[in-house]
Ligand binder design. Structure first.
Ligand SMILES: *[C@@H]1O[C@H](CO)[C@@H](O)[C@H](O)[C@H]1NC(C)=O
Ligand SMILES: *[C@@H]1O[C@H](CO)[C@@H](O)[C@H](O)[C@H]1NC(C)=O
Length: 370
């Protein structure tokens, strides 16, 4: 008798245990937030490997400090900004949307649609041939949602997209690889710089509205870095080593208008959907005082050739610094993993000088309560 009782008791506790385990599992799933990434080479994690384009980072020494120590298509010696965001938030890293491995349950982690060379405008980066322009990235996002719908149903897919974190990085190439690509470029003959910036902002607004229409509800939007201070521009435009004036002027016009546009969009939507990350100031901190951040230089790229290692591409034949951690710039245009870590730290915990209307830690705390 007592035996029977204890056996039925243990089967009840087993059921209770199973229910608890199930609850714990579904809580876990609710907490694992999907992550979607859009934009250019600052956030591309390998899509261009699958395209016929000259904008690629799939040969050494790219990836030299990546866990595999091999090139992956990231424009970094190691991790890039979205990788570090995933790492810091305890999420699995996303795969490039074009990677054949992105199937089944792996789709639920999210996806990276970014493509090196693209800008806000379709005519940005035409010299790179076949890249995934932003309109096409958004089309792929729709295609992604159809694929996930086939997997988990429409309602769950909408939920996954609405609760996801999104990162978008665009704008730098519209200056560097369009307006200022050559003297007397078509865009610079068409627009004065202030008019061009206003045009970019109005086109960017349409892109972000479309992202919202596709279900995005938490979108980190980075501004441009200090475009005139990258080793490539120092090499080409700065006899004195000071940041190149015209590109700095472009960034100074673009970034405040971007923040304002995001704030207008949020007001129109009645919610803080778009979060402005002031990557200009985040970069400028370590560019103007590299030693304070453990860098020996912010002017010379680790990998490259010519003045500031700023000429041409980073290739197996380039100069390569032995310790990437003490260089702010990995190649003539892109920050090192170490610099990317400083940037992500500010995205996570920065004050209103860096993040508007709030930092990513506050967003995560807010969203976990709703
Ligand atoms: C860019 O190209 C896409 C696809 O061809 C088109 O739908 C879109 O209107 C274009 N954008 C601009 C600003 O011309
Ligand atoms: C992150 O943002 C919140 C809200 O604005 C702020 O209270 C907090 O101090 C910020 N974190 C840091 C480290 O500044």
């Amino acid at each position: 008798m007592s035996n029977m009782m204890s056996s039925s008791f243990s089967s009840i506790s087993c059921i209770v245990y199973l229910v608890l385990a199930f609850c714990a599992m579904s809580l876990d799933q609710a907490e694992a937030r999907a992550f979607f990434v859009f934009g250019d080479s600052l956030v591309d994690n390998g899509n261009n490997n699958y395209l016929i384009t000259s904008a690629r980072a799939d040969s050494p020494p790219y990836g030299i400090d990546y866990p595999s120590h091999r090139p992956t298509g990231r424009f970094s010696n190691g991790l890039n900004i979205p990788d570090i965001i995933s790492e810091q938030l305890g999420m699995e890293p996303t795969l490039p949307y074009l990677a054949p491995q992105l199937t089944g349950d792996r789709l639920l982690v999210g996806a990276n649609f970014a493509s090196a060379g693209v800008g806000i405008l379709n005519d940005t980066g035409i010299q790179f041939l076949n890249i995934i322009r932003i309109g096409k990235q958004l089309e792929y996002f729709q295609q992604y949602q159809r694929r996930v719908t086939a997997l988990i149903g429409a309602e769950q897919t909408e939920q996954l997209v609405n609760s996801a974190l999104v990162l978008i990085t665009l704008g730098g190439n519209d200056f560097v690889n369009n307006y200022y690509l050559v003297p007397f470029s078509a865009r610079s003959r068409q627009f004065s710089l202030p008019d061009y910036v206003r045009y970019l902002i109005s086109e960017y607004r349409k892109v972000l509205q479309k992202l919202y229409d596709l279900g995005a509800r938490r979108v980190l939007v980075t501004g441009t870095g200090p475009l005139g201070c990258v080793p490539a521009e120092l090499a080409q435009r700065s006899p004195t080593g000071e940041c190149a004036v015209e590109l700095q002027r472009a960034a100074a016009l673009f970034n405040p208008q971007l923040t304002q546009m995001l704030s207008d969009l949020n007001n129109q939507l009645g919610a803080n959907v778009f979060i402005a990350a002031n990557t200009y100031t985040m970069n400028m901190d370590f560019i103007s005082n590299p030693q304070a951040y453990g860098f020996v230089t912010s002017k010379i790229a680790c990998c490259g050739q010519g003045p500031y290692n700023g000429i041409g591409l980073c290739t197996p034949l380039s100069n390569l610094c032995p310790n990437r951690d003490i260089y702010a710039f990995w190649d003539p245009f892109h920050p090192s993993e170490k610099a990317n870590r400083i940037i992500v730290q500010q995205i996570l915990t920065g004050s209103s000088k860096y993040m508007n209307p709030m930092n990513l830690s506050s967003i995560m705390a807010l969203d976990s309560r709703t």
